[in-house]
Design a protein around this ligand. Sequence first.
Ligand code: TYD
Length: 132
Amino acid sequence: MEIKYIEATTKSGLRWNLSFIESNNQIPFDIKRVYYIYDLFDDWMQRWNHAHHNTKQVLFCINWKVKIWFDTWNEIQEFILGKANKWVYISLMVWHYMTDFSPWCILLVIASEVYNENNYIREYASFRKLIK
Ligand code: TYD
C-alpha cells in the first residue's frame, strides 16, 4: 500500500514549459492503459470510491484541479492535483475518491493493467476486511 508524489522532469524556456514522465522511470510500472475523466460538472459529488486488487495507477490533473483522497488502513490523506508537473502514484489496495472537481478539469490516469472489473474492490467494508 503506497502513495508517492511524483514530480515530472521539466524543461523550461522563456515562454514555455515541457514536462514528462516515463514508463519504468518516474512511473514505476509498464504502462498498459491511459484513460481520462472530463466534463465533470457535478463538482459536489464524490466519485470513484474504490481500490484495486492488482492495478497500480499514476494520476494527474492535466487541466484545472481536483481534490483526491487516499485511505489506507490507518490514515486518510488529501491531495490537490492541480500543478502542471505534479503527479501521484498509488499502488494496489489504496481506497481513493475524488471531490471538488473544477469544471473543465481533465483527470488523466496511467494504469499498469488493462480494464478488468474483477480488479475493483467497490465495497468499503470488503476493502477494510482485506487489508486488516
Ligand atoms: P468506473 O471506474 O467504474 O467509474 P465509477 O467508479 O464512478 O463507477 O468507470 C465507469 C465506466 O467506465 C464503467 O462502466 C467501466 C468503464 N471503464 C472502462 O470500460 N474502461 C476503463 O478503463 C475504465 C476506467 C472504466
